[in-house]
Design a protein around this ligand. Structure first.
Ligand code: VGL
Ligand code: ZN
Length: 209
């Protein structure tokens, strides 16, 4: 296991939700393989601060292919002047697939942060929504929550390694936080991208444990 994390470190668990598991609406490759390890890690109470994010979309969300007649999941469109992947409808607010994974004991989580509720903007990172119509990326408030608790380091795990976990790592570094990624407690939507994901993380200075 890891050396004991600093009391000024937070564990961020990204989108560990049934819709990202095999059989779910937007399955990650082997997504269910991380569940037992995350539950074990939380039960150790090794982290003083724990944040869980929850992808949480309205049914009319702009990222859903079904809301773009003639388009199919995993196609790309332009949205607010940038590429947007269209996804199968997933993590619809209040549905079982959007729940925090029921096989994990979440009682150690200090903050449960929902993201993606703006119907017109996607939201991958725990820190900022994707670009909106005005070109800005609205804050989720997480940076302030961490700052006001004196947190300067984040450990990241969850789903998907190549989407929401990666975007969260990039934003963490941009905010001046030290960041580490618990590689085996993440899984990707697209396993072919693992080498590129690793290279991107390394070039950012994100530690890979
Ligand atoms: C995610 C695609 C769409 C993720 C969320 O959690 O990585 N990916 N929404
Ligand atoms: Zn989503």
């Amino acid at each position: 296991m890891l050396p004991a994390p600093s009391p000024h470190a937070a564990l961020i668990l990204v989108d560990v939700q049934p819709d990202f598991m095999p059989g779910g609406a937007l399955a990650c490759h082997e997504g269910d393989a991380i569940v037992a390890g995350i539950d074990r890690l939380l039960r150790t109470r090794a982290f003083r601060h724990v944040v869980a994010t929850q992808d949480w979309h309205p049914r009319d969300h702009v990222s859903f292919a079904a809301n773009h007649p003639g388009r199919a999941p995993f196609e790309q469109i332009a949205l607010h002047g940038r590429p947007q992947t269209l996804w199968p409808a997933h993590c619809v607010q209040g549905t079982p697939g959007a729940a925090l994974h029921p096989a994990i004991d979440w009682s150690a989580a200090d903050l449960i942060l929902r993201k993606g509720s703006d119907p017109g903007v996607d939201s991958y990172s725990a820190f900022r929504e994707n670009h909106g119509p005005d070109g800005a990326r609205p804050s989720t408030g997480l940076a302030g929550w961490l700052r006001e608790r004196g947190i300067d380091e984040v450990y990241l795990c969850g789903l998907a390694r190549d989407v929401c976990v990666l975007w969260t790592a990039q934003d963490a570094v941009a905010l001046g936080l030290r960041a580490r990624l618990l590689w085996d407690l993440t899984r990707p939507v697209t396993p072919d991208g693992d080498a590129a994901t690793r290279a991107t993380l390394q070039s950012l200075g994100v530690g890979i444990d």
